[in-house]
Design a binder for this molecule. Structure first.
Ligand SMILES: NC(=O)C1=CN([C@@H]2O[C@H](COP(=O)(O)OP(=O)(O)OC[C@H]3O[C@@H](n4cnc5c(N)ncnc54)[C@H](OP(=O)(O)O)[C@@H]3O)[C@@H](O)[C@H]2O)C=CC1
Ligand SMILES: Nc1nc2c(c(=O)[nH]1)N=C([C@H](O)[C@@H](O)CO)CN2
Length: 236
């Protein structure tokens, strides 16, 4: 039996929220396996701190299964799986079906197949967790990101099904953020409009997602729950 703690697997951790959570988990002394699609500057620091970084594209089943095989080659146990990888695509005229399929694959097929194939790795760790990073938008849907919102709603349902299937050995929860970090291209008008949608009216930054993740990893009596981290958007 390996003496070192089982690693946490976090997907899409080369930038932004995933990278921040990866860095904070390393601060906690956790061992990490991260997936990334494209090489980005933040990965160098994770590697320097001992994280294993695996390239993976979840756009199709073959890419997902390749990633699962890679994980199995590097570890026989997992402390947790954090499904953070995500594409934020709106409806592209003429490419609607392609976008829908890509969003379904990254937000639903990848968590589904990874959970099914890696459950036995989690069973070898106590405690053991799966965390799905969803989106508060599933509460109302989105006129401008229809397929994105639908695929995230499917992810919310996977949280319920896997929580029932994997209890009591593995806890399965979700985090549903709204406006955590703007994107570089977001102009002043967009930012003002987005900030006005919540009661607290701030861009909180990724630490609020790390704290939610830490809460779920550390709480032995929470499963089948999706934490809303939305600044009170539902109050407006
Ligand atoms: N940022 C926010 O305000 C909000 C975020 N969320 C959710 O929080 C999570 C983190 O958000 P954020 O940090 O902004 O995410 P990003 O948009 O930065 O995406 C995270 C990573 O996912 C990777 N990714 C995208 N598509 C694929 C794919 N097909 N296969 C593998 N990896 C892929 C990207 O890789 P690459 O580097 O190659 O692009 C990217 O690095 C996401 O699940 C998001 O939906 C929800 C609400 C608000
Ligand atoms: N994969 C991503 N999903 C989402 C992002 C993002 O940048 N990448 N951003 C948002 C927005 O913050 C939205 O919540 C308000 O502008 C939603 N999902």
């Amino acid at each position: 039996m390996s003496a070192s703690p089982a690693p946490i697997l976090i997907s899409g951790a080369s930038q932004r929220i995933g990278l921040h959570c990866a860095e904070r988990l390393l601060d906690d002394g956790e061992r990490l396996i991260v997936s990334y699609r494209r090489e980005r500057p933040g990965l160098a620091g994770l590697r320097e701190r001992g994280a294993l970084t695996l390239q993976a594209d979840f756009s199709d089943e073959a890419g997902i299964l390749r990633f699962i095989a890679q994980v199995g080659e590097h570890t026989d146990r997992l402390r947790a799986i954090v499904h953070n990888a995500s594409d934020w695509l709106s409806e592209a005229p003429g490419e609607e079906a392609l976008a829908f399929q890509r969003l379904f694959n990254v937000h639903m097929l990848a968590p589904y197949l990874i959970n099914l194939h890696c459950a036995e790795l989690l069973e070898r760790s106590t405690p053991a967790d799966i965390v799905h990073i969803s989106d508060d938008v599933t509460r109302k849907g989105s006129a401008r990101h229809i397929a994105y919102s639908a695929s995230k709603a499917g992810l919310d349902n996977l949280t319920l099904s896997f929580a029932a299937r994997l209890a009591p050995r593995i806890k399965v929860n979700g985090i549903a953020p709204a406006l955590i970090l703007f994107n570089e291209g977001d102009d002043e008008a967009y930012r003002e409009k987005a900030l006005a949608k919540s009661a607290l009216g701030i861009e909180p930054g990724p630490e609020v997602i790390y704290r939610s993740l830490r809460y779920l990893l550390d709480n032995p009596y929470v499963t089948g729950t999706t934490l809303t981290v939305n600044g009170g958007r539902h109050l407006k």
